[in-house]
Design a protein around this ligand. Sequence first.
Ligand code: AMP
Ligand code: MG
Length: 435
Amino acid sequence: MGGAVGRLSRRLNRRRGGSGGRSAPGRQVRDPEEEAILLSIDEYRSRLLASIETLPARRISLDDTWGCVLAEDVVAPADLPGFTSSAMDGYAVRSADVASPPAELRVTGEVRMGQSFDGAVGAGEAIVVPTGGVVPHGADAVVPVELCDRHGDRVVVLRAVPSGKHIRPAGEDAGAGDVLVRAGRRLDAPDVGALAAAGLGAASVIPRARVGVVSTGDELVRPGNPLRDAQIYDANATILAACVRDAGGIPVDGGIGRDDAGALVDALDRIADDVDAFVCSGGVSAGERDPVKRAFEATGTMTFANVAMQPGRPQAFGSHRGKPVIALPGNPVSVFVSFVVFAYPALMKLMGRDESYPDVVATLEAAIEAPKTRTRYARVRLRRDGDRLVAAPEGGHQSNLLATFARADGLAIIPAGATMAAGESCRVLPVRDLP
Ligand code: AMP
Ligand code: MG
């Protein structure tokens, strides 16, 4: 996603449920081909979100608060700015002295940056003052240096300045006790800037979620290592770490859990103290050795469901050691789609944000069909045509084809049972910056 979400979510309307299919009829539907009960995307997502609690607020160093939701109103501890200063490099004067220019004044001193100033401007006098320097007593205006001619200890002011000109009063930005940033605001650069300017070294925020990423499968090898017959590289851990980062979370590498219930629980336990939630991939289907199913089927701490979507049908969520677990299917494209549709809003909720993955509207260049009972997230390429986006189908539907996916720019949401025709407007979840 390469930061696409962060940028998009600033520009787009956000609404929970925005990345799901709308047309899933009711809560459940029977898939005639598969003889399985399918839960609608919205229903599954709302059950998952209901199980997630926002992380408790923590006071952390200001430097780490960017991107986090502020947990309480922050008030200015003192006037901002704290003293009356000059807005220009020039001369602090009494405005009455320069009312009929040219006016010659005696230069009696110089204000230095970062230093207090004891002297005062008397009648017929001027004091050199830099931008941001303290305005000396007695002065009620600053004449910019460009409007003056300096001759030794004399300065000729060429233009009159009204009282108050080029002076920045103390407390102009905020008074002591004024709210600088309200609780609930996701802190952007100007917000953290305001807190820094007020001298606050820490703030109480909902912290970034630390998300343990665990892959499952006996066939998996970490990239960078040699592959034997019948093995494949673990792409999901890398995808999920990228997705977690893009969502503003912090991925924690939980490694590969082998296809064994105990091994999976061990993998989760190893990182349990370091994470706020787990996202794992693979092993949620009904296969003999599917470890998520095996480990948690009997504990009652996980909900398993078939969701009316393609890809991404088998899903599970629950908790382990008091931390939410979001278990996604194994195919890499399914992983990405399920992350966007389910894990993304769940992480948002953990971090105090009521947001779903941002979407855009694009015009389809060719028809795309969805299965009867499942919303299709179809890979599309996006291009700009005037002021509209055009989406062209890209690659097949197989959810193991990652190179194909890497050629796509987004996922077009085709409601279950629908064939969307060329020329129709379609919601698309961008997977990278828009063209
Ligand atoms: P599973 O859900 O475990 O049955 O896996 C479904 C498919 O996804 C299988 O073909 C797996 O090999 C593949 N798969 C599972 N985990 C990963 C992974 N981490 N990286 C790439 N492919 C995976
Ligand atoms: Mg597996």
